[in-house]
Design a protein around this ligand. Structure first.
Ligand SMILES: Nc1nc2c(ncn2[C@@H]2O[C@H](COP(=O)(O)OP(=O)(O)O)[C@@H](O)[C@H]2O)c(=O)[nH]1
Ligand SMILES: [Mg+2]
Length: 214
């Protein structure tokens, strides 16, 4: 196939997906996706391509918190994402699951502690993507907004709840590529470009290994 492989960037709205995309494309001024809220009830799956970029970027909204299908619109979007991944999973060489550090505690409290019928953050999505063997990196974005004290507390909490769902989150520096056990995370700030070099490097590592194995 002459098609370029795809990078998945997935997460709830406002976590920073478009901002991260803008940092990855060679010509940010040609990236038309607006940074900011994009309300709307339809899911548009439209890859971002640029001539000089060796891969495509697909930005998806992630899926929600319900175990039941009570919320029809969210269920509809979830079904579209599931169908898309089922059909195209072999095109994806890497996936970035983006979280907003300032929302993590709230979401864990609301969907893990207070309600046992729901699944917080993107745990359901992460296991789904792992089933399709798409290598993943959890991006903890907006770290510029948290103190280092809060950051440590939030990360500790996230790691603990993750273990409840069977995931071991490990810092990218401590990750050895064993996706059956571990998922790497990276602290990030799109506005400050914190760890952007590390992110670009790991993307290219996975891109090369995907191409080698094709
Ligand atoms: N402080 C801070 N703001 C950010 C960061 N990343 C994104 N934002 C802001 O968060 C808002 C939503 O970002 P956007 O990229 O549109 O999120 P998306 O909905 O996931 O695509 C925008 O106002 C961004 O400027 C970050 O790392 N730090
Ligand atoms: Mg966006």
């Amino acid at each position: 196939m002459s098609q370029k492989p795809s990078l998945l960037i997935i997460g709830n709205s406002n976590v920073g997906k478009s901002s991260i995309t803008k940092l990855l494309v060679p010509k940010p001024s040609e990236f038309k996706g607006k940074v900011g809220k994009t309300p709307g009830s339809t899911l548009l799956i439209k890859p971002i391509t640029q001539a000089q970029m060796p891969y495509k970027i697909v930005d998806l909204p992630g899926f929600g918190y319900m175990k039941s299908s009570s919320h029809r619109r969210e269920e509809h979007i979830k079904q579209k994402i599931v169908k898309h991944i089922e059909k195209h999973h072999t095109d994806y060489f890497f996936g970035l699951v983006v979280l907003n550090i300032l929302r993590i505690e709230d979401e864990l409290n609301k969907y893990y502690i207070e309600n046992t019928e729901t699944i917080p953050l993107s745990f359901e999505l992460i296991s789904f993507l792992m089933e399709y063997q798409i290598p993943l990196l959890i991006i903890i974005n907006k770290i510029d907004k948290a103190s280092s004290f809060d950051k440590r507390r939030i990360l500790r909490y996230l790691i603990k709840v993750s273990q409840h769902y069977g995931f071991d989150l490990v810092h990218l520096n401590d990750f050895y590529g064993d996706y059956l056990v571990n998922i790497p995370y990276l602290e990030f700030s799109a506005t400050e470009k914190t760890n952007l070099g590390t992110l670009k490097k790991i993307i290219h590592t996975y891109l090369s290994s995907y191409k080698r194995n094709k």
